[in-house]
Design a protein around this ligand. Sequence first.
Ligand code: TRP
Length: 346
Amino acid sequence: MKIVLTGDRPTGRLHLGHYVGSLKRRVEIQEKGASDAIYVMIADAQALTDNADNVDKVRTNIGEVALDYFACGINPLKSTVFIQSQIPELCELSFYYMNLVTVSRLQRNPTVKNEIKLRGFKQSVPVGFFTYPISQAADITAFKANIVPVGEDQLPMIEQTREIVRTFNATYREVLVEPNALLPENETCARLPGIDGSAKMSKSLGNCIYLSDTSNDIAKKVKSMFTDPTHLRLEDAGHTENNPVFIYLGAFAKDEHFKAFLPEYQNFGELKAHYERGGLGDVKVKKLLNDILQAELKPIREKREELAKDMTHIFEILKKGSESAREVAAQTLSEVKTAMGINYFK
Ligand code: TRP
């Protein structure tokens, strides 16, 4: 059985980083029919672990993220899209898993460590936030997912889940399934930098291109992109490494794009070589990137606008998805409780 599960926190609209890092991959898996089931979770409960006083933001973004999913091609007839908080079984699983994880193990989780630093929690880390890797293990194992398409920042979560699975299975009985991360196939896609050149696209840094951006927004953002600071005159040799314009082109440019938008080059390799040799200006390269992003994002944006006209329908899909996800999670929980011997009245 191949069971796929992924999720996103609904703290903002999804951006190009989500798209190349994981969303595109999910749609490919879905369209190839390469799995027995696909679950896509809107992780509102996880989002609340550092947004307890900001429920409105999370609630609003559930709809936004669902629109992003469906606009990109997640098809509710083929994938189960659901809302985490509507599956109380996940909390029960988390509660039992908590006994299988030590505080020091959580403190060593590099993703949590980094996020705690980024958020400036210092001594005031919410317990829910600190323990979210355990709840993420519940998300994954409730569906017996063995394939988790994620960006590389999520690897420590998958590792932590695998440990919980091994401990559970060894302590009680072989019930849970060890998941594997499925990373983007090309390294460029694993972590798309922000338009300002910082390591990651992130809403808080204001350096994202969103799937829902207007054509105008995209053009403006591409124009403002950070490039090679040492490439001052046209004839100067340019650097393509750590140059976000070239990193984005690496993630998006296909040979067809050159035919359509810049036929004097056959492919990305030729363009890159010219830039490195000198004699190719940033304006021209940015124009190509803009053409490519406009072509890629236009159908997504148009579909999104169409879908946004009927949010009631979107929430009906999420409700149905949550109901069917809940049945699966309940089955796993029942197996878990039986394995633990806490099914007293059966
Ligand atoms: N932690 C993920 C993120 O921040 C979201 C998430 C929650 C998730 N549960 C998951 C991802 C289960 C994969 C599997 O994006």
